[in-house]
Design a protein around this ligand. Structure first.
Ligand code: NAD
Length: 138
């Protein structure tokens, strides 16, 4: 067991051998989680569709912690890309013990104004992507 919950103190301890992977690490909740895991000593793998902001998160982690950190550009809604990138991670980083399926989109508009491509995109990013990444790391 890599993540230990101390019931009385309600605190999680992340051991040094943990590799956590966060999708959508470029900004928002994903970025904060990636930085949080790194500050607890975990090796962190950052994935985002946006290479530039993902690299900013990687650089920030390098500045504030001694944890190993890796960045990969990946569109989590693209099954083949997820499989390829996950293989790369396995070779270059090793096993991932915590997977955070965080990447998501929320285009806000009224239902009748969605086009079919947008509906597919929402389902692929917010739903199917969880399966593609989970299959590869479980
Ligand atoms: N912020 C909220 O109030 C809130 C509420 C409910 C649910 N959520 C969910 O929590 C998650 C994070 O929210 P947030 O506010 O930090 O979002 P955000 O929009 O700030 O960040 C999402 C990140 O995911 C990345 N991303 C988008 N599509 C991607 C794809 N196809 N492949 C890889 N990366 C992709 C973006 O580039 C971005 O860095 C999302 O799934 C969101 O739907 C957020």
């Amino acid at each position: 067991m890599k993540l230990t919950k101390l019931r009385k103190r309600k605190k999680y301890i992340v051991h040094y051998s943990v590799s956590s992977q966060v999708t959508g690490a470029g900004q928002g909740i994903g970025r904060e989680l990636a930085i949080g895991y790194a500050s607890l000593g975990a090796t962190v793998v950052c994935w985002d569709i946006n290479k530039e902001i993902n690299e900013q998160t990687v650089d920030e982690i390098k500045k504030i912690s001694e944890s190993s950190v890796y960045g990969y550009r990946c569109d989590v809604s693209d099954k083949d890309e997820v499989f390829k990138t996950a293989e790369k991670v396995r070779k270059e980083v090793g096993d991932v013990t915590i997977l955070v399926n965080n990447a998501g989109i929320a285009p806000i508009q009224t239902f009748e104004n969605y086009n079919t491509d947008e509906i597919s995109k929402v389902i692929n990013v917010n739903f199917m992507a969880h399966y593609w990444a989970s299959i590869m790391f479980i």
